[in-house]
Design a protein around this ligand. Sequence first.
Ligand SMILES: Cc1cc2nc3c(=O)[nH]c(=O)nc-3n(C[C@H](O)[C@H](O)[C@H](O)COP(=O)(O)O)c2cc1C
Ligand SMILES: [Mn+2]
Length: 462
Amino acid sequence: MPQDFRSYLDLIKQNHPEDFLTISREVDPAFEITAITVKIEQQAKRRPILLFEKVKGTKFPVMTNLHASRARLAMAINAKPAEMQKAYLRAMEKPIAPKTVSKAPVKEVILTGDQINLYNLPQILHHVQDAGAYITAAISFAKDPNSDTWNCAYNRLMIQGRDRTSIHLTLAKHLWEFQRAAEARGEALPVAFAIGVHPAIALGCLAIGSIDEDERAIMGGLLGEPLELVKCETSELLVPAHAEIIIEAEILPHERTPEGPFGEFTGYSLGERQREVVKVRAITHRRDATFLDITVGHLDHLMLSTTPIEANLYRAVRAMVPTVKAVRVPAPFTVYVSIEQRISGQAKNAILAVLGNDLYMKRVVVVDQDVDIFNDRQVSWAIATRCQPDRDILIISNTRGSDLDPSTKEDGNTAKWGVDATAKPSLAGYTPRHRVAKDVFDRLDLKDFVPASWLAQKDSKR
Ligand SMILES: Cc1cc2nc3c(=O)[nH]c(=O)nc-3n(C[C@H](O)[C@H](O)[C@H](O)COP(=O)(O)O)c2cc1C
Ligand SMILES: [Mn+2]
């Protein structure tokens, strides 16, 4: 499968032209790109990929909202939307190691030294409180300074100078580990950022697993072939050969700078913090590169991040409870799980599996298989009617969660909770649900009882 996002866009343009919208009129990267994207979502009820051809202050066109639809993401990994989790799990089970190539379109333009100027990139302001322009679609590629382990992740970059940004490293995540290891030796950590890649690569980057697992091989699994990498100009790092733009850099040791506030996926604009500093060593890009933005905190961001988390948690719960039916992340830090509970205690095991296998997740609700976890009303109903809080809620204090959760005591030190909303002692032995007589329901025809004119009226939506 072609590994550049241009081929993927061609696929969309051919098969779903309504999903691609080019905006030719000039836009201001200060708030207009995000506002137009959100307005199209809220007022037109659509979520197309958006290409802004003319953006004030830069020669780079800006693309955003690429990941805002589950169907589009499924297409990127050659799966039907309903089969996406299975396809993702297959890639996790059968990773394909990357390969190195010597020629790469991302090397068409190579900028070093004084040619480096981050202010030539689109200076996108997303939300009103944001401290400055952010690069939101940068995927980090880095190597453990103490071993041959590689890592990929999204890390937001706030532009702080011609060749300087700050970086948000979630405390206790893998790149943070690498950076702390380098810093302990007084060394900078080489890191390169890819901007504008095939969505299969984006999805693979978000795989949750052990620090030893190589996201680049999961990207290969999702692409169905080895990810093609090329060596950086200024370090030994390897980066996707078909990306639009690469920023080669290092994270400086023992240096911090104010970063934020920044509006995030939590729905909040979290305040300023001291964060690590990135020094840019080179920028390489395609001659006619498109700058990819992720409309942070909206569908573009939320759709992309949930599939990999759900796949990992399904795998983790299934290792404990073989009869797990479904796993869903409906909101920040929140997981719903449905299981066919064969024997008492399995709901609690499912809670422990979730909390033990994802840093971010903080609240887990487990329900029986007759509850549809894709319907929030049904989950609320199960909590209300199958749960006794003094018996069925599990609280664990002082764990590590997301440093972007504004409710935590101090940047990410958090309590976590699980709600066992399964019927006890068993669903089969529980007070039965009422049932409408099915044979009667099937036999009756409303037209025999209700005037046709009334049936033709629209629902009052009350
Ligand atoms: C659009 C987007 C932006 C993200 N920004 C950050 C970020 O700034 N810092 C961070 O630590 N994680 C960020 N994440 C989450 C990480 O990419 C994700 O947790 C990843 O799996 C971490 O990799 P690791 O498990 O190898 O540590 C972002 C995710 C998405 C989808
Ligand atoms: Mn990792």
